[in-house]
Design a protein around this ligand. Structure first.
Ligand SMILES: Nc1nc2c(ncn2[C@@H]2O[C@H](COP(=O)(O)OP(=O)(O)OP(=O)(O)O)[C@@H](O)[C@H]2O)c(=O)[nH]1
Length: 491
C-alpha cells in the first residue's frame, strides 16, 4: 500500500522529468565548458528521487539512462577527466542508487506515519537528514573513488577533499530544492482548496522587481530575503518550493557567468559560498512555510471547535430556559413562570382597571387512580387533563401546573361570572379526557375554585389563597364541581 497519490498521466510526467534531466545534463556540460568553473550538479539528485517516488522501482528504467546521458555529456562532451566509457556507466549506476535509497527511506517513513511526508515542520528533520544528507554521504565517496581511478593524474589530497565537499553539498542542495516541488505538485489540490482566490500578479511582480534590482546592482541580493518571506506567507509551501528552485537556478547561472555577489576569484569557493547562502535560505523558509501552515491548520480547527461549542451552548441554554419555565411531566408552564407572568398581568389589570380571575383546579380522588392503575397511568391522566384544559383556554390565559395533581389558571380581562363559565368548560373537558388502560378508559373529574381580583388585594397570593379556599369548598361539597369565591366582587 502506498500513501503517495498516483500521478494522473505517467507518460507526460516521464517526459517532463526526462526533459529536466536533459536540461541538467546540458547545463552541467555548458558550465563545464566555462574555463575554471565548477559545474553545480544540483538538480539531477532531486529529479532522480522524484522519479522513484512517482514510478516506484520502475523509475530505474528512466533514471538510469537519464543519469547515463548526464554523466556521459558531462565527462565526454564537457571535456572531463575521463575518456573511458565505463566511468559514466558507474557514475550513473551510483547516482541511481542514491536516488533509490532516498526515495525508499521517504516511502518507509510515509508508510510508518500513514500520511504523505512534508506536511508538518516536525518532519523536516527527517527530510533534511535521511532524504537529503545521508544518501549523498553514502554514495558520493564511491563515485569519487571511481573518478579518481579513471584519472590519468590523481587529485592531491586537498583537491580530493574539495571535490568531496562540493559533490556532497551539490547533491544535498539538489534534493533539498527539487523534492519540495514534487510535494507541492502532489498536494496541489490541498493548496488550491485553501487558497482559491490566489492572485497571480504578485508572483510575477516580485521576481521581476528583484531581477531588475539585481541587474542594476549585483549586490542587491539581500532584497531577495523580504521578497522570499512575502512569497512564503502568501503562496505558502508551493511558493517556497518553486521560488527557491528559481532563485537557485538564477543565482547559479549568474555566478557561473562570473557576475553577482558570489562570483569570486576562486571558482570552487564561489560556488561553495552560493551553496551556503542557498542552504540557509532554503532551510529557514521551508521551516517557516510548514510552521505557518500548521498554525493556520490549528486556527481552522480552533474556529471549527469554537463554532461547534457555541452551537452546543446555545442549544443547552435554550433547553435550560425551557426547563426553567416548563413543567417536565405535562409540558405546561410551571408554577414559578406562572407566578411571574400572573404578577405582571395583575399589575396591568390594576393600572387599566380591567377584571382578572384566578382558578384553582384539583383532580378528584387522584390517589385512588394511582393506587388502582399505577403511577404511570396517573401521569398519563395528568397529561391528558392538562392538554384538555389548554385546548379549552385562550392563548392569552395563563395555565400552569401548581404542583402534584393541582393546576392553576389566570384569566386576564375576565370577570368572575365569565371565569365561572370557563371553569365549567374546563371541568367538562377534563371529564372527557381519558387514558386507555387494559381495555378500559380511565377518566377523572376535577374540582375548581374561582375568584376574581378585588381592590383590596395586595398581591397574587391573596388571589391564590381565595381560589384555594373555593376549591376546598368544592371538594367538601362533593367534588366534580365549580365553586365561586362568595366574597368576590365581580369586576
Ligand atoms: N402519578 C402521579 N401522581 C401524583 C403526582 N403528583 C401527585 N400525585 C399523587 O396525587 C395524589 C393526591 O392525593 P390526595 O392529596 O390525597 O388527593 P386525592 O386523592 O386527589 O383526593 P382529593 O384531592 O381529596 O379528591 C397522591 O397520591 C400523589 O402521590 C404526579 O406527578 N404523578
Amino acid at each position: 500500500m502506498s500513501t503517495f497519490p498516483a500521478p494522473p498521466s505517467p507518460w507526460r510526467l516521464a517526459a517532463v522529468l526526462l526533459a529536466a534531466f536533459l536540461l541538467a545534463a546540458v547545463g552541467s556540460s555548458a558550465a563545464r565548458l566555462v574555463p575554471g568553473m565548477a559545474p553545480p550538479y544540483w538538480l539531477p539528485a532531486g529529479i532522480g528521487i522524484a522519479v522513484f517516488l512517482i514510478f516506484g522501482p520502475k523509475g530505474a528504467l528512466l533514471c538510469l539512462p537519464a543519469n547515463l546521458a548526464l554523466s556521459w555529456s558531462h565527462y565526454r562532451l564537457g571535456g572531463g577527466i575521463a575518456t573511458s566509457g565505463w566511468l559514466p556507466l558507474v557514475l550513473a549506476a551510483l547516482d541511481t542508487g542514491q536516488a533509490w535509497l532516498a526515495a525508499h527511506w521517504w516511502r518507509q517513513r510515509e508508510l510508518a506515519q500513514q500520511r504523505p511526508l512534508l506536511r508538518r515542520p516536525s518532519e523536516l528533520g527527517f527530510f533534511w537528514t535521511r532524504v537529503c544528507l545521508l544518501p549523498p554521504l553514502i554514495w558520493i565517496p564511491p563515485a569519487l573513488l571511481a573518478c579518481w581511478a579513471a584519472m590519468p593524474e590523481p587529485w592531491t589530497l586537498p583537491a580530493a577533499g574539495l571535490q568531496l565537499g562540493q559533490h556532497i553539498t551539490g547533491n544535498v542542495l539538489g534534493i533539498l530544492l527539487v523534492t519540495p516541488c514534487l510535494v507541492a505538485w502532489r498536494d496541489r489540490q490541498r493548496w488550491y482548496r485553501r487558497r482559491r482566490r490566489l492572485r497571480w500578479w504578485p508572483g510575477l511582480a516580485l521576481p521581476l522587481v528583484t531581477g531588475v534590482a539585481l541587474l542594476l546592482h549585483g549586490h542587491a541580493l539581500m532584497l531577495l530575503l523580504p521578497v522570499l518571506l512575502a512569497v512564503t506567507v502568501y503562496y505558502r509551501f508551493p511558493g517556497v518550493a518553486f521560488s527557491l528552485l528559481l532563485v537557485a537556478l538564477l543565482l547559479g547561472s549568474i555566478t557561473a557567468w562570473g557576475t553577482g555577489t558570489f562570483a569570486g576569484v576562486d571558482p570552487d569557493v564561489t560556488f561553495f559560498d552560493l551553496q551556503v547562502f542557498l542552504f540557509s535560505v532554503t532551510l529557514t523558509l521551508q521551516y517557516l512555510a510548514l510552521g505557518h501552515e500548521q498554525l493556520l491548520e490549528y486556527q481552522r480547527e480552533l474556529k471549527h471547535d469554537v463554532a461547534a461549542r457555541t452551537r452546543e451552548l446555545k442549544l443547552a441554554n435554550e433547553r435550560l430556559a425551557e426547563m426553567a419555565t416548563t413543567d417536565e411531566l405535562t409540558g405546561v408552564t410551571n408554577r414559578r413562570e406562572w407566578q411571574r407572568r400572573s404578577a405582571e398581568s395583575m399589575m396591568l389589570a390594576r393600572r387599566t382597571g380591567e377584571p382578572l380571575s384566578v382558578l384553582m383546579l384539583d383532580l378528584d380522588h387522584f390517589k385512588h387512580v394511582n393506587d388502582t392503575y399505577g403511577h404511570l397511568v396517573g401521569d398519563l391522566i395528568l397529561r391528558a387533563v392538562s392538554r384538555a384544559c389548554l385546548w379549552s383556554l385562550r392563548t392569552t390565559d395563563h395555565f400552569a401546573r401548581w404542583g402534584g395533581e393541582e393546576f392553576v389558571v389566570m384569566l386576564p380581562d375576565t370577570a368572575l361570572a365569565e371565569a365561572a363559565q370557563v371553569a365549567e368548560k374546563l371541568r367538562l373537558a377534563s371529564a372527557r379526557a381519558a387514558v386507555q388502560h387494559d381495555g378500559t378508559a380511565v377518566q377523572v373529574t376535577i374540582s375548581i375554585g374561582v375568584t376574581a381580583l378585588r381592590p383590596a388585594d395586595l398581591n397574587l397570593d391573596d388571589l391564590v389563597r381565595r381560589a384555594d379556599a373555593a376549591l376546598y369548598a368544592a371538594k367538601r361539597a362533593g367534588r366534580n364541581r365549580v365553586v365561586i369565591d362568595t366574597e368576590a366582587v365581580d369586576g
